[in-house]
Ligand binder design. Structure first.
Ligand SMILES: [Mg+2]
Length: 245
């Protein structure tokens, strides 16, 4: 039995395999794949244990309109979160092509608070929010607790080491650090285009996966990991802006 805490259910291995097969059929029919998204430093930057919301750093943020954009003071949890530039456009457009999951090493409570910030209407992720409590190997993220076929999954994360068994599914994105870097925050805000680059790559892979054949029985045998590798290799050859580099 595998305990999937995030949906509060026990599944047998056979049941999970069957679920993945059926779900893959449905997802492919909708011309979608699966996309697993890390939170911290990928979609947002949170600082915790904030006791002084009136520090010079916070005052600087409050005094500048450009910095106030998409910043959240979660006072009861002593946290401040800044969403990465372009995150709402990224999620909206990615949602047209993928079933979206959150997968974080943070706690479930933290994941749910962050999910409300990036998905205020609750339309993008639904129950697909996986957190530290769900991991079967401490300190590692695994696709064993994801109810999707790994040959149709792409992962976007700033940390490679947690995905040691699934690097072929992984698009590594440069980490987003907004607070406490000593750098000019307006510059960080205006120059971070990483999510736009990743979206561009995701669209290429999706288009390649679904090209030519519209017969679901043929598409379903494809493996998105091959297309990720193919497109990364091609972009490296052409010197395009490659997020994984
Ligand atoms: Mg991260």
């Amino acid at each position: 039995m595998v305990k999937l805490n995030y949906i509060n259910k026990n599944f047998s291995e056979e049941h999970i395999v069957l679920y993945r097969q059926i779900d893959l059929q449905k997802t492919i029919t909708k011309k979608k794949l699966y996309l697993i998204l890390d939170l911290d430093q990928t979609l947002l930057h949170t600082i915790t244990n904030v006791t002084n919301f009136d520090s010079d750093e916070m005052k600087q943020i409050i005094s500048k309109k450009t910095l106030q954009k998409n910043i959240f003071f979660v006072r009861d949890l002593h946290m401040v979160t800044k969403l990465r530039p372009f995150v709402f456009d990224f999620l909206k457009q990615a949602n047209d092509l993928f079933e979206l999951y959150i997968y974080t090493m943070g706690t479930r409570d933290y994941a749910k608070v962050m999910a409300r910030l990036i998905d205020p209407h609750g339309t993008l992720f639904g129950w697909r929010i996986i957190s530290r409590e769900d991991c079967t190997i401490p300190g590692k993220k695994g696709l064993d607790v994801v109810l999707a076929d790994e040959k149709a999954i792409l992962i976007v994360d700033d940390t490679i080491s947690v995905w040691s068994n699934h690097e072929k599914n992984l698009i590594k994105v440069d980490g987003f650090n907004f607070f406490g870097t000593g750098k000019d925050m307006e510059e960080i805000e205006s120059k971070d285009d990483k999510l736009a680059n990743v979206l561009c790559l995701l669209k290429k892979i999706h288009a390649r996966f679904f090209d030519i054949e519209i017969d679901v029985t043929k598409v379903i045998d494809r493996d998105v990991r091959n297309y990720l590798k193919e497109i990364i290799d091609r972009d490296v050859r052409n010197n395009s802006n490659v997020p994984r580099m």
